[in-house]
Design a protein around this ligand. Structure first.
Ligand code: AMP
Length: 283
């Protein structure tokens, strides 16, 4: 496995792999790798000849007061996970390498980046969209792998890829969960034992909402109220939002029909967690 820190070297190396006929897959991450990240790399390794995993704690996607300075980081452990999962390249640039002082350009995905997570974390998706665009341009992969765990991020990335005509297929990968149903996240390591137990309520709440739709509920307000009631019954959880949205526009539907997404965001202690599930409403 090759470890690359310079952007130009990444482009040159992957360019040579492409010229040799390889399909290149890209898995962007912020490191502190867990089985969720590994699942993306494993999927990429089944579909691509060369898999590049990027590890970059992107300062532009943290808003003031967030955990940029304390975000978990362990490159040696990450390299072990990456290699075991099938990565052939790890790209781990410094901040000035990705964002030289002279850089001035931001990618803004209007609307999609301003709601939900974007409402609580203003500027977050500009940071995400900008770094993902740069990584796609540097790596020029045929496929890029993103987790459904960060559903809004996936929607933002699909939109920018379409809008900018970037020649890449975005592959959405299912959320990997712990034994207790909690979606794996690098930030879960901030949780105390009691908070981790409390965090399991989020997936239980989402499942309760999805089950109500299966049982015939067609009023989005009722589904959201149920999700909120289940989540808020847990004293250590402070709900930020529960909502049902269209999976491409992120607009809330008036009635439940077709494919939709049920999302929650909450603080558990001081840690902000997000989760979501698909709901499909039969015609
Ligand atoms: P992050 O390092 O948190 O920026 O995540 C990097 C990529 O891994 C993103 O595409 C995430 O959606 C994805 N990811 C994070 N957690 C999970 C998970 N539990 N299951 C699947 N994918 C995940």
């Amino acid at each position: 496995m090759r470890i690359i820190e310079r952007a130009a070297e990444l482009s040159a190396h992957l360019g040579a792999r492409r010229a040799a006929g390889d399909a290149v897959g890209l898995v962007p991450t912020m490191g502190a790798l867990h089985d969720g990240h590994a699942s993306l790399v494993e999927r990429a390794a089944t579909e691509c000849d060369t898999v590049a995993l990027s590890i970059f704690v992107n300062p532009r996607q943290f808003v003031p007061g967030e955990d940029l300075d304390t975000y978990p980081s362990d490159l040696d452990a990450d390299l072990v996970v990456a290699e075991k999962a099938g990565a052939s390249v790890v790209f781990a640039p410094t901040v000035p390498e990705m964002f030289p002082d002279a850089s001035r350009t931001t990618v803004h995905v209007a609307g999609l980046g301003d709601v939900l997570e974007g409402a609580s974390r203003p500027g977050h998706f500009d940071g995400v969209a900008t770094v993902v665009t740069k990584l796609l341009v540097l790596a020029r992969p045929s496929r890029a792998y993103f987790g459904e765990k960060d559903f809004q991020q996936l929607v933002v990335v699909c939109r920018l890829v379409a809008d900018l005509c970037l020649p890449v297929e975005v592959v959405a990968c299912p959320t990997v969960r712990g034994f207790d149903g909690v979606a794996l996240s690098s930030r879960n390591r901030y949780l105390s034992v009691a908070e981790r137990e409390a965090a399991a309520v989020l997936y239980r709440a989402l499942r309760a909402g999805a089950a109500s739709v299966v049982a015939g509920e067609r009023d989005p307000g009722e589904v959201v109220a149920l999700v909120a009631a289940v989540a808020e019954a847990e004293p250590l959880v402070t709900l930020d939002y529960a909502t049902v949205v269209h999976p491409e526009t992120l607009a809330p539907p008036e009635v439940l029909a077709g494919e939709l997404r049920l999302l929650v965001a909450a603080r558990v202690g001081t840690t902000r967690l997000i989760d979501n599930v698909a709901i499909e409403v039969p015609e």
